[in-house]
Design a protein around this ligand. Structure first.
Ligand code: ZN
Length: 227
């Protein structure tokens, strides 16, 4: 697949709505930095859980979920907000599931829940958006949720100088392997939010203590032609 168009880096650009889009078959995925127009985009209240809301049943911004399912006919644009977590979008001929993937959603059964809405063999594309890379995603202490993450996704963890490091990408691959998804169907954006100053990063904000300009980052999915 072709590369995602690079984000324009001219000064001041992030103050305005930025859209970078890519088509995946009949679907379109956009990334929007510091969105100014949100009314048309359906979002949920993300709580690091396993719930996936059907778009027609979602109360915008209020339904607690970390995934949104839209269908072919819905005419809805679904948006996932992230700042280090991974925006992941799973596409079939007739359905799209937009997910906010974090270490906690993975432990809370979010990806398992996907299979309640589609069959792996239906999947045409999987998009894995920018998220914090494993070298920037570490913890000094292994609390309960981290231990559960390590026990389930061992290959997605490593220890270094007393800290545990996590790879969301490798954890996701557990599912993609289990679902027997051909690697050609998976698009990895590859950018680390911590390293990309254009993208919001919760960790970077904690580490630097700087109140940054870029606060909001949405990944949206829509049927091509839906505006
Ligand atoms: Zn990184």
């Amino acid at each position: 697949m072709e590369k995602w168009p690079s984000i324009k880096q001219e000064a001041g650009k992030t103050e305005h709505q930025e859209e970078n889009g890519k088509d995946f078959g009949k679907w379109r995925i956009d990334e929007i930095i510091s969105p100014t127009i949100k009314e048309k985009i359906l979002t949920v209240k993300q709580i690091h859980g396993g719930n996936i809301g059907k778009a027609e049943q979602v109360v915008p911004g209020e339904t607690e979920a970390d995934g949104i399912l839209i269908t072919n006919e819905s005419g809805i644009i679904a948006g996932i907000s992230t700042a280090d977590c991974a925006p992941v979008i799973i596409l079939t001929e007739n359905k799209a599931i937009a997910l906010h993937v974090s270490r906690k959603t993975l432990v809370n059964g979010q990806m398992d829940n996907v299979l309640n809405y589609l069959e792996p063999k239906e999947i045409d594309y999987i998009y894995v958006g920018p998220h914090i890379c494993e070298y920037h995603f570490s913890f000094l202490r292994e609390e309960y949720m981290l231990r559960r993450f390590r026990l389930r996704f061992g290959r997605a963890t490593h220890w270094h100088h007393g800290s545990i490091y996590l790879s969301l990408k490798v954890a996701l691959q557990y599912f993609f392997n289990d679902w027997d998804i051909h690697p050609n169907k998976i698009y990895y954006d590859g950018r680390c939010t911590y390293e990309m100053l254009m993208l919001p990063s919760y960790r970077r904000r904690l580490d630097t203590g700087r109140a940054e300009e870029v606060k909001d980052f949405l990944t949206t999915v829509r049927r091509r032609g839906v505006t």
